[in-house]
Design a protein around this ligand. Structure first.
Ligand code: F6R
Length: 593
């Protein structure tokens, strides 16, 4: 993960880099740092923790005026989150920032130690700096970078400064990096949000291309030869940093769900537009994603199999990319990603494209790698998500998959009951009514927030809902939580159920209701504190703690249940005093394997 930014130009370098770091903080917030140069000397300032802590340190250095610099916000991979491991790293003549992972760092470190280099950190990044420094003798910087790249294995996006050299250098392999520019300045950045307040013009660096930036000028080299690059324009609006009166971005983003949902449902009102949702050409579908994106996939699997009769398999991208694939029939791979930058999902996409399997990206972030590279793309357009835990983007992923199941079933003639598209149009209003009852979820949160462990149980699509609910709870509140298929719990795991342990059961599937109730009784008999989330239609059974949501057609029922679980997690985390928008150890965009 990690975010990098660099700037060379007439603006106040410190300000540009700091603003960029704030915009990139979602990529990691274990530590941050900045290197500034006035062309003669280099000043490095680093801080553990958030960018605001770095800012305090930089403010103490007001009188250093820089023409160019690089900066970094870190999600720790090699080495713990301390000051020594914070970027930028400086070795000899080289100062650099890095996003990615060098796989042969230990081997290279030993080799460099034998040459006389000494290391102050546990990072692979310091190894890159030493390696580049070792190549500088007798070579110009571009040749040295090329020589360095030949020895590096792994992924990297680098912003590089070399002592007494007025240029900034940028190079990447398998980690994202772009170059932005305006009349009197150039930027390097992990993504466009870091620089969008200054420019929307950029070029994308391809693998092993080297960019040289100097004030308003840039050149790009491939194999030491100058090359031309296509200039792209972003229509990203950047991050709106206001919380609109909400205490946290997570709450604000949950409350935005009805409006973004309405926009998405309106988008597909016209039958002509619905064609892009039709999957009836395919006999098999693999859905690939990570975390919540994969869990959205499980909802899609349930609906597409049930109503459209197409076999669907769901995979974690980190497993999918390395597994042996067996494609018998006409297959589509749907890649789901909010950020469009998740390393494993990108790798799965590229592999599929290489072997010629149809791919469809379901992505939120329009300037992302998956949005740009995938053969076919559907944008969820949930707007920017700032809270690390995804909420509104997940809801829109589920909505697109639900509409795919509906449109495909209609086109294949497999739908056994009548539903007109208009029925979907009142779902945002119903969702609003669900969100308005947040005081109910807060009351339940008050009863369970001090517990250390809990289960979410359900059957069929309700189990898929539980997976997302359970993930949300653990990531923002740090309560250990597991989602389990309700019928599977007694095959071992029920031994963990203790007096007072919360067990939340989701029941929206009429056919499986009685079965789930039996499983609920089994845990109740062992002292669990049970919470049921169900629909008004099914609510004819007892239960101490119950949340009842409106009924909609089965394509959209999930969309009225998961927001309840999101809010429940939010209020539990609030009670526990957690850092809700930036949970520990996490980052919004997972750009390493
Ligand atoms: C959970 C969460 C993560 C992401 C996962 C995939 O709240 O946000 O589990 O869903 O890291 O990220 P994207 O969707 O950006 O590929």
């Amino acid at each position: 993960m990690c975010g990098i930014i660099g700037y060379s130009g007439n603006r106040e370098t410190k300000e540009v880099l700091l603003n960029g770091l704030y915009a990139l903080e979602y990529r990691g917030y274990d530590s941050s740092g900045i290197a500034l140069s006035d062309g003669v000397s280099t000043k490095i300032i680093r801080s553990v923790g958030r960018v605001c802590q770095l800012e305090d340190k930089i403010r103490d250095e007001e009188n250093f005026s820089a023409n160019y610099g690089i900066a970094h916000t870190r999600w720790a991979t090699n080495g713990e989150a301390n000051l020594f491991n914070s970027h930028p790293h400086q070795v000899g003549h080289v100062t650099l920032v890095h996003n990615g992972i060098i796989e042969n760092a230990d081997f290279l470190r030993q080799k460099l130690i034998r040459k006389g280099y000494m290391f102050n950190s546990d990072t692979d990044t310091e190894v890159i700096a030493a390696l580049l420094d070792s190549k500088l003798e007798g070579n110009n910087v571009i040749s040295a970078i090329n020589m360095m790249m030949k020895e590096l294995t792994g992924s990297y996006a680098l912003g590089i400064m070399v002592e007494h050299d007025p240029n900034l250098y940028a190079v990447r392999k398998d980690s994202p990096l772009l170059i932005g520019f305006e009349d009197d300045g150039c930027f390097l950045a992990s993504d466009i949000t870091a620089i969008i307040q200054y420019t929307n013009q950029y070029i994308l660096l391809d693998h092993c291309e080297i960019a040289v930036l100097n004030q308003g000028n840039y050149q790009v080299y491939k194999n030491c030869k100058l090359i031309e690059k296509e200039v792209l324009m972003s229509d990203s609006k950047g991050i709106d940093p206001s919380k609109c009166g909400y205490e946290h971005y997570m709450l604000k983003e949950i409350m935005e769900e009805p409006i973004v949902l309405k926009q998405l449902i309106d988008r597909y009102k016209e039958e002509d537009r619905q064609k892009e949702l039709d999957l009836s050409n395919y006999q098999e579908i693999d859905i690939v994603g990570c975390g919540s994106a994969m869990y959205a996939g499980f909802i899609g699997q349930s609906l597409i199999e049930e109503y459209a009769g197409i076999k669907v398999q769901v995979y974690s991208a980190s497993e999918y990319r390395y597994k042996r694939k067996i494609y018998h029939r006409k297959t589509l791979i749907i890649l789901i990603s909010q950020s469009g930058e998740t390393a494993d999902t990108i790798a799965a996409m590229r592999e599929a494209e290489k072997i010629g399997i149809d791919t469809l990206g379901l992505v939120n972030y329009p300037d992302s790698t998956i949005a740009r590279e995938c053969r076919r793309v559907i944008l969820t357009n949930a707007g920017v998500e700032i809270a690390v835990a995804t909420t509104k983007a997940y809801i829109l992923q589920v909505c697109v998959l639900s509409l795919m199941a509906y449109v495909t079933a209609k086109n294949k003639g497999t739908l056994k009951f009548d539903i007109e598209y208009e029925e979907f149009e009142n779902v945002p209003i119903l969702l609003e009514s669900v969100l308005e009852r947040s005081y109910e979820y807060q009351a339940i949160a008050n009863q369970i927030y001090s517990k250390e462990s809990c289960f979410y149980i359900g059957r069929g699509i309700d189990y898929a809902i539980c997976m997302e609910g359970s993930l949300k709870l653990k990531e923002v509140s740090y309560i250990h939580s597991e989602a389990y298929q309700a019928g599977e719990l007694k095959h071992g795991t029920i031994s963990l159920v203790e007096e007072g342990m919360p067990v939340l059961c989701v029941i929206t599937d009429k056919r499986l209701k009685e079965k789930s109730i039996s499983n609920l009784k089994e845990v109740e008999a062992r002292g669990a504190k049970t919470i049921v989330v169900t629909t008004f239609e099914l609510d004819d059974f007892g239960g101490e703690l119950k949340i009842v949501v409106p009924v909609v057609n089965s394509f959209m029922q999930t969309i009225l249940v998961v927001p309840v679980l999101q809010l429940l997690s939010y209020y539990v985390a609030l009670n526990r005093g957690c850092d809700i928008d930036k949970p520990k150890n996490l980052a919004k965009s997972v750009t390493v394997e």
